[in-house]
Ligand binder design. Structure first.
Ligand code: ATP
Ligand code: MG
Length: 364
């Protein structure tokens, strides 16, 4: 049985803002599920509905085998961690951690054991007597995590818990939360709009747009087989290049606004289901091959519009009448200088094809 189920959930806020319509999702026992999508797509609303901080307009939410629609938040056995750590400023770290346990009338000695155990897990034992204002951002976030784990809830809900931290600390805490999950194995729903966080942390990722699930899957499935152009353009840094193409004879495509032809011979099977000739072609920056201008493999030639060295690799940007694309290259920088003409090869087996109108991937 899934740990948490949302069944045909709808949520309409006052003023007629429709956030979710007939939304269903199963969250499996012990998994780390990441909800990712752009601002305003409904991520926090979903978490708040699970936690009981918002009321459903219609549908059902189950935690375990229990329908919790009418259960108040404190009886749902769920702990939520927010972006702003929301520690009690006038209480020590110890009392911040103990607060929820005191409310539940746990005996004092047991509270002490639980708090010390959580503090040890998070390596904050030496901070227990400090006040929140005496802590760094990372330490505060660790205390907020401690407050969640000390209760040993059935599930954790995280709402962008790392977005107040600087980039370096974010990477560190990301690893810590993942390690914590490996240790505790508690069902976790983690909300972020950062696709790197989603890719690195999730057992499964749910990609949302406008309250609608675009794709659910493991990070690598989603990366390699995006179901539509939204997902393709959301996952990856830089994300997949999307170029409008015109299907020529069934096994060739021309990039719109150019006379550049790309052979699609090995994609003939996929192309059988294509109606019309207007497609969107997707290619990941690392799949594009840059070759010498004289190299026969070049499908076309273009001057690099911008070369961005990253040390281990270079991002090379190109401009076309229909838009830009970027290639990731390991070639020496001298061969990739801005303005220099290069040969571009799009390997057929790495190309993705989408319906231009619906954005849906062919053959997926
Ligand atoms: N209490 C509310 N009353 C009315 N509309 C609301 C309320 N809370 C959220 N909304 C609207 O619901 C939509 C979804 O909001 P939500 O907070 O779930 O988005 P989100 O995906 O978490 O975005 P972000 O990444 O910016 O946090 C938005 O259009 C928002 O304006
Ligand atoms: Mg939010």
């Amino acid at each position: 049985m899934p740990a948490i189920q949302l069944r045909n959930v709808s949520k309409v806020f006052e003023g007629e803002t429709i956030v979710l319509t007939d939304f269903s999702l199963d969250i499996e026992e012990g998994e780390f599920l990441v909800l990712v999508g752009p601002s305003g797509c409904g991520k926090s609303t979903i978490l708040r509905l699970i936690a009981g901080l918002e009321e459903l307009t219609s549908g059902e939410i189950y935690i375990g085998d229990k329908m919790v629609n009418d259960l108040p938040p404190k009886n749902r056995d769920i702990a939520m961690v927010f972006q702003n750590y929301a520690l009690y400023p006038h209480m020590t770290v110890f009392n911040n951690l103990a607060f929820g346990l005191k409310l539940s009338k746990m005996p004092k000695a047991e509270i002490e054991t639980q708090v010390n155990e959580a503090a040890r897990t998070l390596e904050i034992s030496d901070l227990l007597q400090r006040m929140p204002k005496q802590l760094s951002g990372g330490q505060k976030q660790r205390v907020a995590l401690g407050r969640a784990i000390v209760r040993k809830p059935a599930a954790f809900l995280f709402d962008e818990p790392l977005s107040n931290l600087d980039a370096k600390l974010r990477v560190q805490m990301r690893a810590e939360i993942k390690a914590l999950h490996a240790l505790l194995k508690t069902t976790t729903v983690y909300v972020t709009h950062d696709q790197v966080e989603a890719m690195t942390m999730g057992d499964r990722i749910v990609i949302l747009n406008d309250g609608i699930i675009q794709q659910v899957g493991s990070p690598l499935d989603i990366y390699h087989q995006p179901k539509n152009t939204f997902v393709a353009g959301f996952i990856g840094t830089p994300p997949m290049n999307l170029l409008p193409v015109h299907l020529e004879t069934g096994d060739k495509a021309a990039i719109e606004g150019t006379d550049f032809q790309l052979p699609l011979t090995s994609l003939v099977d996929k192309l059988k289901s294509v109606e019309g000739n207007e497609l969107t072609l997707g290619v990941r920056p690392e799949d594009i091959m840059l070759v010498d201008p004289g190299d026969k493999r070049a499908h076309f030639h273009l001057p690099a519009y911008l070369a961005e060295p990253l040390g281990n690799e270079t991002l090379v940007h190109f401009k076309l009448p229909s838009g830009e694309f970027v290639a990731r290259s390991n070639a020496p920088l001298s061969s990739l200088a801005t303005g220099k003409e290069v040969g571009v090869h799009f390997p057929e087996e790495k190309l993705h094809l989408f319906d231009r109108e619906t954005g849906k991937a062919f053959g997926s």
